[in-house]
Every structure is written in structure tokens, then in C-alpha cells.
Design a protein around this ligand. Structure first.
Ligand code: UGA
Length: 468
């Protein structure tokens, strides 16, 4: 792909956003220097070793290194010397009091303030609170440097695809000419361009992520309602999604939404609303529903295989399939699977989990609170009173359910993503309980009847629309 003009770009921070942005911008023909403060990481990236699981990213980084358009350096100073555009992609984690921790962004601004080339643009790509561009402009005190907001909408696991095929590119600055210069970096992408002021660009990012969270919480409550009234959330969501004003994406019920973005961004947006004296009840409700969803599923599991005591799952072994916050990533930050495991542990359960990307050479990559991680799915099911699917890894569909039935203490699967084929489980004599659908239990061919939760029924869940 060629560009009209090869820009010189510096990217500070090589996390999910920085690394993807750097590699993708190089693939668009720009010269990109990525900086990180971790010498080991810089060395590994220079050798083409990617520290995260992200489809197509290793190939893109390799291409960039081979063409010479992508390089990695230690420290921001080396990256910015002749940059026309400097992207700030460092982390903005949630601080314990619920505010975003802007220490890393501010430290970068302070470090490069006097080193930024004359007339360059400083672009925030990390998700930053509304008002950050204005605040950084004051902090930099460099009238010749424009601060521009260019939020990123990529999803982990498909970040390269999302960067190169965006639904829109958003660039905001109070200096229109600077915004247009940054927008020109994306000239070769076939995407609508939104050029706006800095505060609007910053808010667009939050408004979009929070809307997605509200949509997911909405469908999770609809799923709960479906269970109560004997409806099928798959059919309901599919039909809803056919209305183009609603759209079929982000309507799959699950164990609640998680990851490094939606939980953090919803809380930060609430903080912004509070500060602006706006009562954002709807968003608060979406967060509460998300917490409720995990507890509701834990209670359902307790009802299916527990006792009446305060710790109904005392000593009950539960197997868990999947720990990452969704399939296609090795990220466990704010994973609903980990939260659900925590809720089950509080009810007394002993948890054994398997996730295809969390074992390296048979050893768990990192400890997970309350959970013993094993490197074999049947080992996770061994002796369990219930097997709970938390992450929609495709390979879970292909498990040998006859083998799993032999491993389980009780033939019971709770599928929090409606991901498995209930008929395959039923053929192996395993009862299947999904979310927002009637359970499928009993042996294949048996006459079946029943109501939600302890019943027997022939009904199969309808496919739920996939994210577009
Ligand atoms: C999210 C947004 O989708 C991106 O547009 C945004 O750029 C990114 O945050 C960010 O701010 O950086 P991501 O965190 O990668 O992306 O995860 P999503 O794919 O949005 O999934 C979030 C959660 O919702 C996951 O737990 C997922 O399993 C869940 N989900 C998603 C459902 O339960 N049902 C669905 O239909 C879709």
C-alpha cells in the first residue's frame, strides 16, 4: 500500500494499542519509531518477538522490521527527534479511587516537552478523560505543538483488522489544520473520517464503549427474562438485530462483559458525568447489571449442584473452561471468567480450570486467584459436579463429550456463552444449561418436558448474532 506522503511518526508505549498502531501505520507506508521504557521488551520486539497474542500482529511487525519502516527504541527521546506526529499510547489504568491514573501520560508529556520538534502534533491514542487535550496543551506550554485526540476503536484479538478496516477514524483538535494533518495519516484507508474538536473526540470514545456496555447489559437482562418466561434469547436477539436501527452485533448474552476497556471506561465515564453534574443512571445500571450477571450465574450453578447452606458449594469441585475475558486473546484483565470463579469460590467451590492459551509447555502461565489451572480440558472436568464454560474458544465445541462425561462426577455443563452444541452433550448423556434458553437434558431420544433450570427439553438455542 502506498501513501501520498510518508510521515515520520513516533509511538510512545508498545502495549496493545501502541504496538498495533505502530505496526499498522508502518504497513500504510509511514516511517514509525516505537519507544518503550522496558529494555527487554524493546530487544524482543526488535527481534520480532511479540509479547501478546494478537492475530496478524507478528507478521505485520516482521514486515515492518524487514522493510525498515518500523523500528523499536528505548526511551521516548530517541523516537521523537524528527517526528512530525507523536502518538502517546501509554497505559491509563484505573486508580483505586476510580479515577484514571494519568501518571504515565503526564510523565511522557513532561519528558518530551522540550524535545518535541517544532510544529509537530502530539496525539493521544490511549483512552483519556475528556479534557485531557486541553490539560496537556497547558502542561506542555508549547504553542507551536498541537495536541490532538485520535481515539482507537480496536478490539483485542482482532486489533490489526480493526485498525486497517475501521468503521470510522476520529480526529479531534481545537487546531483544525493539525487535526487534518493527523487525519492525512489514514488517507489510504477506506473509512469515514470524523474531524472534530478535541473534547468531542475524547467523548466519542467513551460514548461508544459505554453504549456497547449498555447494549450487553440490556441483552443479559433480556436473557434472564427469557429464562423466567420460557423464551429463547437467541431468537429474541436475532430478531431484534434485524432492525437496522439496533443491529445484530454485541447482542450475545454471556457471563457479563469484561476486559481491559469496557469496565474501566464505564467507570471513568461515570466519573466524568459526576464531575459535570450529570446523573448518568443508565450507565450505573449497566454496571450493576454486569455485577448481577456474574452473581446470578454463580447462584444458578449453586442451585443446580449445591446445598441450602450459606456456602452451598462447600467442597464441591467445579471445572471451568476458559479464563481469558473473551476468545482470541490471552488477556485476563477484568475477565468475567475470573470474576465468576471468585463468586463460586465465595460459595465454597473448589475450582479447576483449563484455558488453551494459559498454559505454556504444560505449566500455567500465571496464577489465578481461587483457581487451579491445568493443561487439559478433561482434567478440569475430572471429578467435577459441574463444568462451566466461560470463554468461547472454538475448540471447546470439538471436545470429546463422551470422554468428558466419564471424567465428570455429575454430567452437567453450564454454558455461559451458549457456545456449545447442546445436542452433542445430550448424546453423551450430559445436561446442558445455557443463558436465556431452556436447558437441554436427558438422554437423546427420551421424551422431554420441563421448565427452566431443572428441566428437560428438546429445544435447541437459536444462533445468536455475531459481532460485526
Ligand atoms: C472494546 C471495544 O469493543 C473496542 O471497540 C474498543 O476499542 C476497546 O474496547 C478499547 O477501548 O480499547 P475489547 O475490550 O477488545 O474492545 O473487547 P470486546 O470485544 O468489546 O468485548 C468486551 C466484553 O464483552 C468481553 O467480555 C466479551 O466477551 C463481551 N461480549 C462482547 C459479550 O458478552 N457479548 C457480545 O455480543 C460481545
Amino acid at each position: 500500500m502506498s501513501t501520498v506522503h510518508r510521515h515520520h511518526i513516533a509511538v510512545i508505549g508498545t502495549g496493545y494499542v501502541g504496538l498495533t498502531a505502530g505496526a499498522c501505520l508502518a504497513s500504510l507506508g509511514h516511517r514509525v519509531v516505537c519507544a518503550d521504557m522496558d529494555p527487554d521488551k524493546v530487544e524482543r520486539l526488535t527481534r520480532g518477538e511479540i509479547p501478546i497474542l494478537e492475530e496478524s500482529l507478528p507478521e505485520l511487525v516482521r514486515e515492518g522490521l524487514d522493510s525498515g519502516l518500523l523500528t523499536f527504541v528505548l526511551g521516548a527521546e530517541k523516537a521523537i527527534c524528527d517526528a512530525e506526529t507523536v502518538f502517546v499510547c501509554v497505559g491509563t489504568p484505573m486508580s483505586p479511587d476510580g479515577d484514571l491514573d494519568m501518571t504515565a501520560v503526564d510523565a511522557v508529556a513532561d519528558e518530551i516537552r522540550d524535545l518535541l520538534p517544532h510544529g509537530c502534533a502530539l496525539v493521544t491514542k490511549s483512552t483519556v478523560p475528556v479534557g485531557t487535550a486541553a490539560r496537556l496543551t497547558r502542561r506542555l506550554d508549547r504553542p507551536d505543538v498541537a495536541v490532538v485526540s485520535n481515539p482507537e476503536f480496536l478490539r483485542e484479538g482482532t486489533s490489526v483488522h480493526d485498525f486497517l478496516h475501521p468503521d470510522r477514524v476520529v480526529v479531534g483538535a481545537d487546531d483544525r489544520e493539525a487535526a487534518e494533518r493527523v487525519a492525512a495519516l489514514y488517507a489510504t484507508l477506506d473509512a469515514p473520517m470524523v474531524i472534530t474538536d478535541a473534547a468531542s473526540a475524547e467523548l466519542i470514545k467513551y460514548a461508544a464503549n459505554c453504549f456497547l456496555a449498555v447494549k450487553l447489559s440490556y441483552v443479559n437482562v433480556i436473557a434472564e427474562l427469557c429464562e423466567r418466561v420460557g423464551a429463547d434469547v437467541g431468537q429474541v436477539a436475532t430478531a431484534m438485530g434485524k432492525d437496522h436501527r439496533i443491529g445484530g452485533a454485541f447482542l450475545r448474552p454471556g457471563p457479563g462483559w469484561g476486559g481491559s476497556c469496557l469496565p474501566k471506561d464505564t467507570r471513568a465515564m461515570l466519573r466524568t458525568a459526576e464531575t459535570a453534574d450529570v446523573d448518568f443512571q443508565l450507565l450505573r445500571a449497566a454496571i450493576d447489571v454486569n455485577i448481577h450477571q456474574r452473581e446470578r450465574i454463580a447462584d444458578k450453578i449453586a442451585r443446580l449442584c449445591g446445598t441450602d447452606s450459606a456456602t452451598p458449594l462447600d467442597g464441591v469441585r467445579i471445572g471451568v473452561l476458559g479464563l481469558t475475558f473473551k476468545a482470541g486473546t490471552d488477556d485476563m484483565r477484568d475477565s468475567p471468567a475470573v470474576a465468576l470463579a471468585g463468586a463460586l469460590a465465595r460459595l465454597g467451590a473448589e475450582l479447576v480450570a483449563y484455558d488453551p492459551v494459559l498454559t505454556v509447555g504444560g505449566t500455567p502461565a500465571a496464577p489465578v486467584p481461587d483457581v487451579t489451572v491445568v493443561d487439559d480440558p478433561y482434567e478440569a472436568g475430572k471429578g467435577a459436579a459441574c463444568l462451566v464454560l466461560c470463554t468461547e474458544w472454538p475448540e471447546f465445541r470439538d471436545l470429546d463429550w463422551n470422554l468428558m462425561a466419564k471424567a465428570l462426577d455429575r454430567p452437567l455443563v453450564v454454558d455461559t456463552r451458549n457456545h456449545l452444541d447442546p445436542e452433542a452433550l445430550r448424546a453423551a448423556g450430559i445436561a446442558w444449561h445455557g443463558v436465556g434458553v431452556r436447558p437441554v437434558t436427558g438422554l437423546a431420544g427420551d421424551p422431554v418436558t420441563g421448565t427452566a433450570d431443572s428441566p428437560v427439553t428438546e429445544q435447541r438455542p437459536a444462533a445468536v448474532p455475531q459481532p460485526g
